[in-house]
Design a protein around this ligand. Structure first.
Ligand SMILES: [Fe+2]
Length: 276
């Protein structure tokens, strides 16, 4: 599978130090000595952390070929085309790009593609082969603390997904200030990082996510996600990372969860998670 689009002639200082997913190319120069004509920022199409048939029979290989291989790829390619026209947004991480292009509620043309790349990268990580069932003890305790019971959480998540009008996403997030879990829904490409929530998992409720396998049966799609696909392992890793890292990076799909534990600042108030 094609993953990265880039050819790098030389490195250029970026706005953020952690930009392994981002490469930059200046056309017309291989050593920096010639006149620079254009600056282009390329974002790669991230591969799901399993084979495209890895979620069968609950999400078919054909569905992933279309959803990841066509729709997600299209968002990446369209974003790169947009970014290639200007260097104003050059050098941003994907988090920074989503926030910058949202432009305080007056989105720039690049916003929808940038946010959909972010959302889909996170979505693939929110599922796993053999997923579903119940979260592990530490996450389960936090869910029971914040929702009353796992059954209540599940009902809330399903109800929120099915009440979403049109296209969008349903999320389990950590409220940064309140330090509690919550279920939220967003329309179109909107991402909760825009109001500083920390995503823990998400579910794609765009029609392209379910029509091949479930036609218009959204209820079956959502219940199948909860029963057989959701990655509580990834959710638990992210929540643990939130306990011991900067909240800024604790969800980033471009940074492996295992790498997050080494960050330094604390997000306090999740004592029920630590040590589990
Ligand atoms: Fe999608």
């Amino acid at each position: 599978m094609a993953c990265h689009l880039l050819v790098t002639d030389f490195a250029i200082p970026l706005k953020s130090p952690n930009l392994s997913h981002l490469r930059l190319q200046r056309k017309g120069s291989s050593n920096g000595s010639q006149k620079v004509s254009t600056t282009v920022a390329y974002y790669g199409l991230k591969t799901p952390p399993y084979n495209l048939d890895g979620l069968e029979p609950y999400m078919s290989k054909r569905a992933l070929e279309v959803h990841w291989g066509v729709h997600h790829r299209g968002f990446v390619e369209d974003l790169n085309k947009q970014l290639g026209k200007s260097d104003i947004l050059y050098g941003y991480t994907m988090d920074e790009l989503v926030k910058a292009t949202y432009n305080n509620g007056n989105p720039l043309p690049e916003f929808n593609n940038a946010a959909e790349v972010w959302n889909h990268d996170f979505f693939w990580e929110s599922m796993q082969p053999g997923g579903g069932d119940m979260p592990k003890l530490g996450l389960l305790e936090q869910i029971e603390k914040d929702f009353g019971s796992f059954t209540n959480f599940r009902e809330k998540f399903v109800e929120t997904a099915l009440s979403l009008f049109g296209s969008g996403w349903v999320w389990l997030v950590l409220k940064r200030q309140e330090k509690r879990l919550a279920v939220v829904k967003t329309s179109n490409s909107i991402n909760p990082i825009l109001w500083d929530d920390i995503p823990i998992l998400n579910l794609d409720m765009w029609e392209h996510a379910y029509y091949l396998d479930y036609r218009n049966d959204k209820a079956k799609y959502v219940s199948t996600f909860m029963n057989y696909l959701v990655s509580w392992n990834a959710a638990m890793d992210l929540l643990k990372a939130c306990k011991v890292t900067t909240a800024h990076v604790c969800r980033a799909p471009y940074v492996g969860v295992s790498n997050l534990i080494s960050a330094s600042l604390n997000v306090t108030g999740l004592e029920s998670i630590i040590g589990k």
